[in-house]
Every structure is written in C-alpha cells, then in structure tokens.
Design a protein around this ligand. Structure first.
Ligand code: C2O
Ligand code: CU
Ligand code: CU
Length: 483
C-alpha cells in the first residue's frame, strides 16, 4: 500500500516537466514574490513569532503550515555586520522549537541548536554580534529529533548579512527587483491538501523527496526580471533534494558568492549543484531580453541506492525550477559583470592542523531491509546523543577534517565556522566549492580545513551533521565544544 502510493506519486509527478508547460499566454501564471524583507539595520532588533497558519498552494485551498510572522516560512532578515542585532523569538506553537542561525559565526550559546529549545509560550532573546563578511545565511528550526518535520511545516527563512558595500561592488542589490531571494523546496500533498509529513521507508532512508517544487513557498510562479544582470541568492531549503541547476538555453551563471560570502571574482558555470543547506549567489544576464527557465536534473541520490530500495527509480531529463520573464519596461541597473567582488578564496595550510576523520554511516543489511532505521544513522558509529560531547576543539587552531560517505551523497554541515574545501576525492575541489563554505556535498570523501574562532561550551556545543534532515534527526549528527 505504502509502496504503491509512493510509486504513484512519482509517476503522476506534479513536476512541471520540460519547459513547454509554461506559456506567457496562460493567464494563470503567477508572479513570484519575495519573502517580506525585515531590515534590522536601523532598529538593531528584530522580532520573530513562530505561528500556525493556512496556505493555499496549487489545487489546495488550505494547507496547514507553520511560519515566522506569517503562515508559511519566514521573512528575509537583513542584519548588519559590525554591529549587534537583538532578536526575540516567541513560540506561539504548541510544541518546542529552536531557531538556528545557519551560517552565522556566533558563540554556541546563541547558535540556536538543540540545546537552546524554545518551549511553547516562551521567548528566546539572543543577541547576535555579527562580525563576519557579508553573506546569504538562513535560519531554521533545529529541535532535537523534530527538525525535518518542523522545517517542512515552514520554520525556515533567509538571513542576509549586509555590509552596505554592494553598490561599490557593482552588484545588483534591489530586493526583489534585480536581487532575488530564492528558497528551493519540495513537498508532497495528502488527498486532504495538507503536507504529507509521514515519511515512507525510502524517505527515512534517502531523505524526504516531494513531487512539487516550491519557490519561496509558491508553486508554479514565474519571476519577472529587468533587462541586464540579475542576482539570484539561491538557498536549498529542501529536506533532502539535491538540485543540479542550469538555464534552459545554456546561458552561463556567474557565481559571485558561496555559503560564507563573496568570491574574489565571478566564476562562470554552466551548471550548479546545490544540496540541502547550501547557498550560492549567481548573476544571470538578461540583456538579450529573452525569457529563460531555471531547470534542474532529478535527484542524483535516487540512482545510487535505487535497486536496494525497491521503489525509488532514477528519473532522467530536467524539470522546471523557475521560469523567468524579462520585463523591458523595468529600469536597467547593472549591465556589466563586476571583476572584483572584494571577497577572498580560502588558501590555508593544513600541515600542522589537527586531523579528524568523520565517516557518515548508514544502516546496512537486515536492519535496513526492515526499515529499523532509527538510531542506525551515525557518524563514526556514534548516533547523536544530547548528553554526549563527541570531541573538543581548541579555539583558534586549524583542524583538518576528512569526511567520507559511501552508499549515497550527504551534505555535511558544521556550526560555528566556515571552511575551505581542500580536496574532493583527492582532487582539487570543483570550481563551485572553491569559496568559503559551511556546508558541502560529500560524494565519496572531502578534505576540509577549518578553524573555530567562537567559543562553544559543554552546555551549548556546536553541531556537525548531515543536512538531509531525516538523517540528522535519525542520528547522523555529533557535537563538540570549542574553547
Ligand atoms: Cu542548517 Cu545544524 O543546520
Ligand atoms: Cu548551521
Ligand atoms: Cu545524510
């Protein structure tokens, strides 16, 4: 029964497969909107309320959803670097949540991981002293064992660290006009129109995959852009889906920033892999006035275990992520690709670094066949335990982490630091991984060079984990102190 439902949902895929399903003549095409912008730069403070709501998606009038300050997902927070922002998070839901600042280099006590739960009716008030370079970060629930479900319901949003220098850099910076925030997610719906939140066996093993793509919480919308260069701040906010992005007419994407900030200069890419938790900023040139569609290949993780899972099949071809329409009446601001972005590319020395090896382990054999997956996901054989510190790191010292995974690809994320990808499977990192990162897709083995400059005591340790949220919740996570 379960299996049939799953196959059915894949073959009756609600993906807008191919680009032909989008036509300008259709009156039904909705214009993509941005999350509301909540700018903390002048007030120095921001208030979030986690709440319940109802959201209309395709064919569903009211899906029960959660959000911050709105029914689904949260506002884009813009915070200054070099100054503190006072945050109040009020939890009006009836279960415990947490709010983690993914990408902020802040002390463990304000990191928002599972050790800073916010009980129903309570307010958590961290002060975020941001000193790091400008970057696109995000925030999401990190409640112990409940992250996958709470993020699916909507407890996630984008956080921009702003240094006020984008005009000087020559980068598009007009929110929602030539500077688009794009949150990529996938969902499935029940017959009743709610999110399908009961993970199937393949979901538990591979991570949740939906059959409907949401951009900023919207289904089937189209972005309207001016002629000229447009910046896309891409966040993969999906639980498990890995996107291989490309533009339908093969025009290039110019990578300007990775997770932790700007590159030195743009890197031209024809395709971009983005796994859960990662952010990439690219510039796309619309000066030829032609419409184009952002597409993705299907999830590459299906194929690797497909035979064993008996149900997940490799799908080939591409699906629509987001169509773009050029509106030539919009004022054109930026037409020239900046050559100096003012950022840096990490170039550290691993010679004296403390070397750790982390193996992302999946359940094997009979346990896997019978779906007894709980607590069989681990790192180095240890499933996450709230009361176990896995290791201690010296503040300010370099560490070399070799992270490996077999069976499938896993996006590996570390709290409290940015890192350099030294190598992927012994070779130089892919161009898209040559900037500063806090999350990286492990397909085999990666070597990372990392330094922790912020403290994290034993009562507020940092997490390291797979960002496939079902894996994280099932134990593919550990914690460490910095001091
Ligand atoms: Cu985005 Cu520990 O998470
Ligand atoms: Cu994080
Ligand atoms: Cu994983």
């Amino acid at each position: 029964m379960k299996r049939r439902t799953f196959l059915g949902s894949l073959s009756a895929s609600a993906f807008l497969v191919g680009t032909s399903s989008f036509s300008l003549g259709q009156a039904a095409v909705k214009r993509l909107t941005m999350p509301p912008l909540l700018d903390a730069r002048s007030a120095g403070q921001v208030r979030l309320e986690a709440l319940k709501g109802q959201t209309g998606f395709v064919g569903s009038s009211g899906t029960n959803t959660w959000g911050f300050n709105q029914p689904f997902l949260g506002p884009t927070l813009r915070m200054p670097t070099g100054r503190s922002t006072q945050v109040d998070v009020y939890n009006s839901l009836d279960e415990t949540i947490s709010v983690h600042w993914h990408g902020l280099l802040v002390p463990g006590v304000v990191d928002g991981g599972p050790h800073q739960p916010i009980a129903p009716g309570k307010t958590w008030s961290p002060e975020l002293a941001i000193t790091q370079p400008a970057a696109t970060a995000w925030y999401h629930s990190h409640a112990h064992g409940a992250t996958a479900r709470q993020v699916q319901l909507g407890l996630a949003g984008v956080l921009q660290i702003d240094d006020g220098q984008d005009d000087a850099r020559g980068l598009p910076s007009e929110y929602g006009v030539d500077d688009l925030t794009l949150v990529l997610q996938d969902r499935r719906f029940t017959r009743g129109g709610d999110f399908d939140l009961s993970p199937s066996m393949p979901d538990r093993m591979m991570g949740f995959l939906g059959d409907t793509i949401l951009i900023n919480g919207q289904v089937g919308s189209s972005a309207v852009v001016p002629k000229g260069l447009v910046r896309l701040r891409l966040l993969n906010g999906s639980n498990a889906r890995i996107y291989t992005l490309a533009l339908s007419d093969d025009r290039p994407m110019h990578l300007v920033a990775t997770d932790s900030g700007y590159l030195d200069k743009p890197i031209q890419l024809s395709k971009l892999l983005i796994s859960p938790g990662e952010r990439f900023e690219v510039l796309v040139d619309f000066s030829n006035e032609r419409d184009v569609t952002l597409t993705s290949e299907h999830n590459p993780n299906i194929g690797m275990m497909g035979g064993m899972m008996g149900g997940q099949r490799q799908q080939s071809g591409r699906f629509t992520v987001l169509p773009f329409t050029v509106d030539t009446t919009l004022p054109v601001r930026i037409t020239k690709l900046p050559d100096d972005l003012g950022g840096t590319r990490p170039n550290g020395n691993a010679a004296n670094a403390n070397w750790r090896r982390l193996s992302l382990d999946m359940p094997m054999g009979m346990g896997m066949m019978f779906g007894r997956s709980d607590s069989m996901f681990s790192i180095n054989g240890d499933a996450f335990a709230m009361d176990r510190i896995n290791f201690r790191v010296t503040q300010g010292a370099f560490e070399r982490w070799t992270v490996s995974a077999d069976m499938m690809m896993h996006p590996f994320h570390v709290h409290g630091a940015k890192f350099q990808v030294l190598s992927e499977n012994g070779r130089a990192p892919r161009p898209q991984n040559t900037g500063w990162k806090d999350t990286v897709l492990v397909n085999g083995a990666v070597d990372l060079l990392i330094r922790f400059d912020q403290p994290a005591p034993a009562n507020a340790p940092y997490m390291y984990h797979c960002h496939i949220l079902e894996h994280e919740d099932a134990g593919m996570m550990g914690q460490f102190t910095v001091g």
